[in-house]
Write a protein that binds this ligand. Structure first.
Ligand code: NI
Length: 177
């Protein structure tokens, strides 16, 4: 398994709309394992393929606590088939927007249809953290970030900060001549 570099804001790759997975094969399984390894290393509880630069509709989630055995879940071509009427607010973060957290309101429950890593069609009625996490990761598949759900003022401040950080990461230019 390989830990892959994470795509960080303001990289435009994060705004790409990911394509449906057409074949659930060994290569896809390898990508899922690499995504899990990358997520555990970060550490995080969810990761979409686009966050490691692969524009495919696949995400991984593991909500187990540190004192519990790992419980990796792979969701391929996930679709929300039903949203609950009640909303819940959760303080979200994102591995592509490190060290920034903000409260986001989303439907408290969702029913999601997806393929598992064996290509089997499944459905889950998600609530609580799983519902939040699934919606956050599925947003990534459409190029949407959790900061799109907060006020424009706050979002602009975050984007500005990450643009500056990206500039500062550039190696200094060598003097020529
Ligand atoms: Ni995220």
């Amino acid at each position: 398994m390989t830990i892959k570099p994470l795509v960080i804001l303001p990289d435009p790759v994060l705004r790409q709309v990911s394509k449906p997975v057409e074949r659930v094969d060994g290569a896809l399984g390898k990508l899922a394992d690499d995504m899990l390894e990358t997520m555990y290393d970060a550490p995080g509880i969810g990761l979409a393929a686009i966050q490691v630069g692969e524009p495919l509709r696949m995400l991984v989630i593991d909500l187990s606590r540190e004192d519990e055995p790992a419980a990796p879940q792979v969701f391929i071509n996930p679709e929300i088939v039903e949203k609950g009427a009640a909303a819940s607010v959760y303080e979200e973060g994102c591995l592509s927007i490190p060290d920034y957290y903000a409260e986001v309101e989303r439907p408290a429950t969702v029913r999601v249809r997806y393929l598992d890593r064996d290509g089997k069609l499944r459905e889950v009625a998600a609530e609580g953290l799983l519902a939040t996490c699934l919606q956050h990761e599925m947003d990534h598949l459409d190029g949407v970030l959790f900061i799109d759900h907060i006020s424009k003022l706050k979002r602009d401040m975050v984007v500005k900060k990450f643009k500056k950080l990206a500039r500062d990461r550039q190696p200094p230019r060598r003097m020529v001549g």
